[in-house]
Design a protein around this ligand. Sequence first.
Ligand code: GLY
Ligand code: MN
Ligand code: MN
Length: 440
Amino acid sequence: MSATGIPALGYARRRRQLMRMAGDDAILVLPAAPERIRSRDTHYPYRQDSDLWYLTGFAEPEAVLVLVPGRRHGEALLFCRERDPEREGWDGPRAGPEGAVEAFGMDDAYPIDDLDEILPGLLEGRTRVYYHFGRDTEFDLKLIGWLNRVRAQVRMGAQPPHEFLELGHLLDEMRLFKSRDELKLMRRAAKISVQAHEAAMRAARPGIHEYELQAELERVFRAADAEPAYNSIVGAGPNACVLHYRANAAQARAGDLVLVDAGAEYRGYAADITRTFPVNGRFTTEQRALHDLVGAAQAAALAQARPGVPYEAGHKAAVETLTEGLLKLGLLKGKLEKNVADGTYKRYYRHKTGHWLGLDVHDVGDYRIDGESRLLEPGMAFTIEPGLYVPADDTTVAEKWRGIGIRIEDDVVVTNAGHEVLTTGLARSADEIEAFMAAR
Ligand code: GLY
Ligand code: MN
Ligand code: MN
């Protein structure tokens, strides 16, 4: 088992599978994520590019993986930083090209500074280049430069590649289906996230600041060797209605709900959980009514999480449940069919019911194939996250509903028999949340 939680052989298998799909006349080029400056000479925390991580488990910046299927002198090549005792004294250890071969199972490895010299020769004679165009403009330009160097040699008999393909066509499809090893890491990310949400619920009391709850969540992440998979959202009262609320600066008052959307990333794999709880531990009648409705919508979507069902069925089930409930509660008027057809629910529910989940919180993979919603298959992991958000200034509804924002989000993976909820054990219904908070 490597430090990444995936056995080293697993990476080699993924590389082989990708090369098999790409074919013997192809070459695949995957640069590491660039380092980003935060201010002057300090950087944002470095995070490896998900694709490179998926294929190598190599965490360092300034690296490029080149896969050359069928190449006699080695198919998997890594360009990376050389060992450098002086720099390592500042920034920490580097694998170096030797380590890339020994510890990361590359067929060969070279100093990153030699990329300019070596890559044109690797491109020469290959028909197709798989690369993620447009993700890293600086690298796009370098690649074009290397191609032009091969093109300049045509009269000398060089054969430049002439097909350029989106790497994601092959790789996204592989990443969409989670292996047993990946699911172990996703369960771990989910478990850490469940504990983080429990810590936030435990700490909640009227007067607490959103950032104090954020601190509770992220303390649990870091204490478990994980980190936030995305910016933690902690929104009290009407802040819950701001879908990507990030300020996390307000104070929660007695009677407020707090919406917490936070998930851990563990060994690169994300969890994504939302709970909405009363800061004083007791739901009001209206808060409970809407919370029950969102819970019913989530249950309806969850019932669609099994092989052979279109991905979209979950969203449709949630929308129907929400619309029906909003009519019952008087937030919408008229007939169910007409409301569903007109999409009137969108005033209170503006987002979709979920997304693929994996190395990226909004993970890769097509949702539709040939214009149709794709059918669920075992190994696909996604979130189920219906919500309702009544704007504080919505004068079309009775005042008692205004400013209530609720989302309930859990993570599932499709299995042969149906599904497995990864984010189990965390209080979810209003009763469960009140019981949990009463027992603090
Ligand atoms: N936390 C981002 C999302 O729920 O999609
Ligand atoms: Mn979320
Ligand atoms: Mn989500």
